[in-house]
Design a protein around this ligand. Structure first.
Ligand SMILES: Cc1cc2nc3c(=O)[nH]c(=O)nc-3n(C[C@H](O)[C@H](O)[C@H](O)COP(=O)(O)O)c2cc1C
Length: 443
């Protein structure tokens, strides 16, 4: 939900430590390796200076196999290691006052009671600055850590997700905002008329409730979602405040927006209840020479074996099926016949964006290489942001990741692009509220 037509900004910090990005010249320079909070604390301060709504952490809780083994993934650091993002968000909240945090947890492998209790607790600790990215987890390596041989069926996962969201909602509503008394005189802690059991019983969950948490600053943390299939869009229409999306083309993005509008209306909400954060990469440069120089340095920082291992993870397909010399179309035809690829929306997207001659090797490199996105001076990037925001209905904003290293990529965006957006009246000059919901959804 985004009531104002201003641009909302979220920084994607999910993979800044991996996929060769840590190795970009200057990236992570002077910081201890991944796991130590110092670089994230500095990033939090930089993002808050730039009045960002939040920082985003995706999550996949597993180590993908390549050709049946974890060796290549580990050796080249292909989205590995991956720590649980929530503790880092809490550390970052402790050095900021307004910045929000979007962290991810699977609706397929976790239980809604745990998630409701955890996010309500973190909402207290962060002063109302946590958002939940609810995913249905298409990656088999995660399934294999939670008792499954492979990813459960797509529609089963979405049925579970629908019920998961219902349980979350009931739990968050089970304690009224004014339930707490903490009355020293009588010793009464809460008004029992304002705290209720939920007695939920469904196909997947049986939960008595109530949530054993005092009402948190946001009540229900901001809800984010990213599934792009018809079932994913339907789920977003009913429950999400924001959807992450990026189709790869303006036409595709327009269709995503139209589908989400329809899904929100079908669920009895309005399109303004459901903002979109469009995923974009950026590089702020002084001109084409610097852009070309940065691009080359980016390519040089990606070890060659990394691209195919990455594609295998992205598609949820073991490396056995990925011959770098075969075409994408032939490969996809084969895996469809075998029925072995769980991440169909990504695989279908690859078919839609390649011709009959594109090889798997070329496509894998294009997924990682830095072409596309916003590359230009601060003014040029502000022009692109303004145009895209308007074209797509000015309902939400962007989730952005730097093509160059960190923290310098974000420092430059904050120092150069943010003032330009503010000059144009497209972006806040002060945070409006104190909670993430107030800043992201009510303005
Ligand atoms: C921008 C973006 C971020 C995502 N983040 C995650 C994530 O952190 N963890 C995860 O398991 N899936 C993530 N996904 C995948 C989706 O949540 C969803 O599981 C996947 O797209 C398959 O569902 P679908 O078939 O409805 O698209 C992300 C997708 C997008 C587009």
């Amino acid at each position: 939900m985004s009531l104002s037509k201003k641009i909302h900004l979220v920084a994607d910090l999910s993979l800044i430590h991996t996929l060769g990005k840590w190795r970009y010249p200057g990236s992570w320079a002077g910081y201890a390796p991944y796991g130590n909070p110092q670089i994230y604390l500095d990033l939090a301060r930089i993002l808050e200076q730039g009045k960002f709504d939040g920082a985003f952490f995706a999550d996949v809780a597993g180590t993908p196999l390549f050709e049946g083994k974890p060796e290549a993934t580990v050796e080249w650091g292909v989205a590995w290691p991956r720590h649980d993002p929530l503790p880092m968000a809490i550390a970052m909240a402790s050095v900021t006052r307004h910045l929000g945090f979007i962290t991810t947890m699977s609706m397929t492998y976790h239980h809604p009671f745990n998630v409701a209790r955890l996010y309500s607790s973190v909402d207290h600790v962060t002063g109302g600055r946590i958002a939940y990215n609810a995913v249905v987890s298409g990656f088999p390596q995660e399934a294999q850590n939670f008792g499954y041989d492979t990813t459960p069926d797509h529609e089963w996962r979405y049925r579970r997700a629908e019920e998961f969201q219902e349980v979350l909602d009931k739990l968050f509503r089970s304690v009224d905002p004014d339930a707490m008394l903490w009355d020293r005189e009588t010793g009464r802690v809460a008004d029992p008329a304002k705290v209720r059991r939920i007695d939920h019983e469904g196909e997947h969950f049986k939960v008595m409730g109530p949530l054993p948490c005092a009402p948190s600053p946001q009540g229900r943390p901001v809800q984010v979602q990213a599934g792009g299939s018809a079932s994913g869009v339907k789920l977003a229409g009913r429950w999400a405040d924001f959807q992450f999306a990026a189709s790869g083309s303006t036409e595709g993005d327009r269709k995503v927006r139209a589908d989400l509008d329809a899904a929100a209306i079908a669920a009895g909400r309005t399109p303004r209840d459901l903002g979109v954060l469009w995923a974009r990469r950026f590089d702020v440069v002084s001109g084409p020479e610097e852009a070309a120089y940065n691009r080359q340095r980016f390519v040089d920082s990606i070890p060659k074996p990394l691209a195919i291992v990455f594609l295998s993870q992205w598609w949820g397909l073991d490396g056995y099926y990925l011959d770098p010399e075969r075409t994408v179309h032939d490969t996809v035809a084969e895996v469809k016949a075998l029925g072995v690829g769980p991440n169909w929306s990504y695989i279908d997207n690859a078919v839609a964006h390649t011709d009959l001659t594109t090889t798997v090797g070329d496509y894998a490199r294009s997924r990682l290489n830095p072409d596309g996105g916003w590359v230009g001076t601060a003014e040029q990037i502000a022009d692109l942001m303004e145009a895209e925001h308007e074209t797509l209905g000015a309902n939400g904003g962007f989730m952005i990741a730097p093509r160059v290293g960190v923290p310098q990529g974000f420092t430059r965006f904050v120092n150069e692009v943010v003032p330009e957006l503010q000059r144009r009246g497209l972006y806040r000059t002060e945070y409006e509220g104190s909670t993430m919901r107030e800043n992201m959804c009510l303005y």
